[in-house]
Design a protein around this ligand. Structure first.
Ligand code: ZN
Length: 213
């Protein structure tokens, strides 16, 4: 019941050292932008034993950051330009319901629009995915590929590329959480320089937002 949450909050607040809250009121300087799924089984701070102030968190279904999503891009811009985070972690998870829904051919309603980029990701990798005969393994592999897709997509944003041009070192990491044992697996797809961005997405340091006349 909701009132139980309020009661737990009072107990939690009372159990903390008052200096803990004083420090937090002075501002935040997290070192990580954490992007993960809204799934209730993958809470951000808990699975990496972080405290308030440690992670700047953005969560949505299937941990997407798409270029037409004002919400996600605003979080990314604030984290990079204002908070100056040195690390962006995309942490997906196996058995993601959003990924599963994207693999189906049923009408799920509005959410199908949100999941559509995952179908594109599947299509890009259909040769590999279609060869996986085990449905569960194919699902889990798409969970991984979806994370890699986000790492590449974030690296290609103007937000990240302009940060690199300013000399702000920021690395994007792709990780995946295993519901079965609570462990996070590093997919080894770090991107930390424009050289790793496909040429067509690169912006030159001399270009302005208005372009050349
Ligand atoms: Zn999920």
């Amino acid at each position: 019941m909701p009132h139980e949450l309020l009661q737990r909050n009072r107990e939690w607040a009372a159990s903390q050292d008052p200096s803990f809250f004083e420090a937090l009121t002075e501002g935040q300087s997290p070192r990580f932008l954490w992007i993960s799924c809204s799934d209730s089984r993958v809470p951000a701070n808990e699975i990496v034993e972080c405290h308030p102030g440690d992670l700047f968190v953005h969560r949505n279904i299937a941990n997407r950051i798409d270029h037409d999503d004002l919400n996600g891009l605003s979080v990314l811009e604030y984290a990079v330009e204002v908070l100056q985070v040195p690390h962006i972690v995309v942490c997906g998870h196996y058995q993601c319901g959003g990924i599963k829904a994207a693999m189906e051919h049923t009408d799920h309603g509005l959410i199908d629009n949100w999941l559509r980029p995952i179908k594109r990701c599947y299509h890009q990798h259909h040769d590999e995915l279609d060869r996986i005969t085990d449905d569960h393994k194919r699902w889990d592999r798409l969970c991984e590929l979806n994370v890699i897709d986000q790492v590449e997509g974030i690296a290609s944003t103007t937000v990240v590329q302009k940060a690199w041009q300013r000399g702000h070192e920021v690395t994007i990491h792709g990780w995946i959480y295993q519901l079965a044992n609570g462990e996070i697996h590093d997919l080894g797809v770090e991107v930390d320089s424009p050289d790793q961005v496909p040429p067509i997405y690169r912006i030159s340091a001399s270009s302005s937002a208005l372009g050349d006349a």
